[in-house]
Ligand binder design. Sequence first.
Ligand SMILES: Nc1ncnc2c1ncn2[C@@H]1O[C@H](COP(=O)(O)OP(=O)(O)OP(=O)(O)O)[C@@H](O)[C@H]1O
Ligand SMILES: [Mg+2]
Length: 256
Amino acid sequence: MTDGLAESTSGARADGTSDAPAIACSDLSKRYGDESVLESVSFEVPDGEFVALIGRSGSGKSTLLDVISGIEQPDDGRVTFPAADGDATVGHVFQDPRLLPWETCLQNVEYVHGDDPDYDDDVGRRYLDLVGLGDQYDQYPTQLSGGQRQRVGLARALSVDPDVLLMDEPFSNVDEITADELREDLLDLWRDFEPTVVFVTHDVTEAVRMADRILMLGDGDLFGDVDVPLDRPRSIDSVEFVRFREQVREQFREQG
Ligand SMILES: Nc1ncnc2c1ncn2[C@@H]1O[C@H](COP(=O)(O)OP(=O)(O)OP(=O)(O)O)[C@@H](O)[C@H]1O
Ligand SMILES: [Mg+2]
């Protein structure tokens, strides 16, 4: 969870709603020692949009998510959450689920709520139910499969009722069949809860299947930003899908 910096919602519409972006990254730079990972990265994500972030291994995808969620501070630039008046609740699904091994599933969800008086175990159970872990509240992470652990990470991130949901290759360690189920579950949850999603993957098919828009990261900056021109639900075998995926792959091959 992160509180963003205050930012005015300059995008107010006449009907009182706002078209201010959910996430605004401006001129983000991040170095680790001598290595420059992000170099003046700028982009905005409209409220409720599902964005996929793709890039080669080591291109800085996880670093960018960590900077957005506030786990890492940028060396330059800033991240704001204008649509939530700067006060966005951010859920972060980590590349490795980072569960506490000595805590049960339910306790792992509870953990991120700290001393929040509004949290009780019913909240945790509700989200574990939602991700299909209704029978496993009291299991420890070592008693779960990789896919089940990923689901606990997802339940934990969703349980904060995020305005912004950051997901770092959440299904990469899961078998294809389970990953397919999780993808569909995620799209259902996105439709129901309407968070703004930034979904990191290096699987171009997964990006095209899930996202409204694809950002491509490489050499410290975004080299591609394309809208996905496909209706939902999407069939990954359709001619349109395959054609668009090849366009993305080509851009990725040439510039990434
Ligand atoms: N805490 C850290 N300390 C030092 N260097 C780091 C740290 N975190 C990341 N890096 C370096 O920053 C670069 C980008 O790492 P990052 O994890 O963001 O890449 P990534 O795109 O997520 O890769 P992958 O697809 O393999 O997950 C790498 O060269 C990595 O070694
Ligand atoms: Mg990563």
